[in-house]
Design a protein around this ligand. Structure first.
Ligand SMILES: Cc1cc2nc3c(=O)[nH]c(=O)nc-3n(C[C@H](O)[C@H](O)[C@H](O)COP(=O)(O)OP(=O)(O)OC[C@H]3O[C@@H](n4cnc5c(N)ncnc54)[C@H](O)[C@@H]3O)c2cc1C
Length: 400
């Protein structure tokens, strides 16, 4: 693989066209789209390296199969970039390990099968023509490792996954922005109600525009400018089994639509995930410890959300009991309607790019392009479905 190194500095520039707060995938993507708009961006990251908080916890999956047209459009824009990343970014040979092995949603009850049919009908009406509805028999014929109880599946071959850190560092390299690490943003200077500088632990950087892309810390940073963001932070986890020969390496992301448990091939094994209900929100964390009970809940066939429910080979893996696993955790940053906050705040010159829940990798391109267009004035506030002052309708927990 061709290397494109990003060399962060600890020297704070005195001025910037745009200061981006946070060097995760969203900060890096914002820098990339800012550069395309001709803005000289400086990204401030408090940790010793970029993309080291929530971004590496992700499994890096992307899907166009959404339940609303706006997020679907955001992600489809991203998929178009990710599938041609090296060409679009002019990083010749840069590889983000993209795999389009599909997303397969499994129904084992008629109620869920009915919901799937309605969902696919809506998706087709929004222009997503390539989602397939498979009968139980068709699903088995294509994916013989599925459990016999499956009544129906929906499948889109163009969905898949990529490496989130490689994508983040690709955005960073292609942005040619200045990345300042080991430097925390501590406040803002305002003149006449407008941003005039960003204050950091290494001094002051003069700018009239700043974007908060601080992941789970976005609410804390916004409060420094007296902006309140309704956000709640919930621990989410990923179990990594590096070596399980039973996992078909060409399998899609396989989701039990009754329980939300899902897995996908990774390394010589798999990643396992589940959006557990009832996890209490908490404060933003620098270290998010995983729990062993979470891994056991996915692996033990006796559990009500075991991955063995829809793919019985996991029962063999459990019985053999020789597979190693480890887990990673991070925090989902939820808005009340689970859609991101993108665009200007009430403070002139201060923008947000945050609140992506479990979609910040897949929506990083669409969301960051949109935010930059609100900065340059190309996108009018009323045309932005993700603006902060939209009506916020509380949403039930999504299974992914
Ligand atoms: C288990 C799990 C699985 C996931 N799977 C997927 C998936 O498959 N697909 C998908 O699209 N999404 C997934 N996500 C969601 C995705 O990981 C996030 O939406 C995304 O990483 C958010 O990126 P970010 O840059 O906003 O946040 P982060 O990566 O957390 O970056 C924010 C950065 O801001 C910095 N910062 C904070 N405060 C300050 C300050 N005051 N000064 C300077 N720097 C500061 C932090 O140090 C941090 O580096 C998953 C998340 C989890 C937890």
């Amino acid at each position: 693989m061709i290397q494109y190194e990003v060399r962060p500095t600890q020297e704070l520039p005195r001025t910037a066209d745009l200061v981006i707060i946070g060097g995760g995938i969203i900060g890096a993507a914002t820098a990339f789209f800012a550069a395309r708009a001709g803005l000289r961006a400086v990204v401030i990251e408090q940790r010793p390296a970029l993309a080291t908080l929530t971004t590496p916890a992700a499994t890096g999956a992307f899907r166009a199969q959404f339940d609303n047209a706006e997020e679907m459009a955001l992600v489809r824009e991203g998929i178009a970039l990710y599938t041609h990343f090296a060409e679009v970014t002019e990083l010749a040979g840069y590889d983000i390990d993209i795999r389009q092995q599909g997303y397969l949603w499994i129904a084992t009850t008629e109620t869920t099968a009915q919901r799937q049919r309605e969902q696919v009908r809506r998706q087709r009406a929004w222009g997503l023509a390539d989602v397939e509805l498979l009968s139980g028999a068709e699903a088995h014929a294509r994916f013989p490792y599925l459990a016999p109880e499956i009544v129906q599946a929906r499948y889109r071959a163009g969905d898949g996954w990529l490496d989130p850190r490689k994508l983040a560092m690709g955005y960073a390299a292609a942005s040619h922005a200045t990345f300042v690490t080991e430097t925390a943003v501590t406040g803002f200077a305002l003149v006449g109600g407008r941003i005039s500088a960003v204050l950091t632990t290494r001094g002051v950087i003069a700018t009239d525009r700043a974007v908060i892309a601080a992941g789970p810390f976005s609410g804390v940073v916004a409060r420094m400018a007296d902006v309140e963001l309704a956000l709640s932070l919930v621990r989410r986890q990923r179990v990594i089994l590096p070596d399980v020969p039973d996992v078909p390496p060409d399998a899609p992301m396989t989701i039990d639509e009754e329980t939300g448990a899902h897995w996908r091939p990774a390394l010589r094994g798999a990643h396992l995930l589940w959006t557990a209900p009832g996890v209490p929100p908490g404060p933003p964390l620098e270290d998010v410890p995983p729990s062993e009970a979470f891994a056991l809940g996915l692996l033990d066939p006796a559990s009500d959300h075991a991955v063995a429910r829809i793919t019985p080979f996991w029962r063999t893996v459990w019985r053999r009991n020789t597979a190693h696993w480890f887990s990673r955790a991070g925090q989902y940053t939820y808005t009340p309607d689970h859609r991101p906050y993108l665009g200007p705040t009430a403070v002139e010159g201060l923008f947000v790019n945050c609140g992506y829940s479990g979609h910040g990798i897949m929506a990083s391109a669409g969301g960051s392009r949109l935010v930059v267009e609100t900065i340059t004035g190309q996108l009018a506030p009323a045309a932005n479905p993700f603006r902060l002052d939209r009506p916020l309708i509380e949403r039930e927990l999504d299974i992914l």
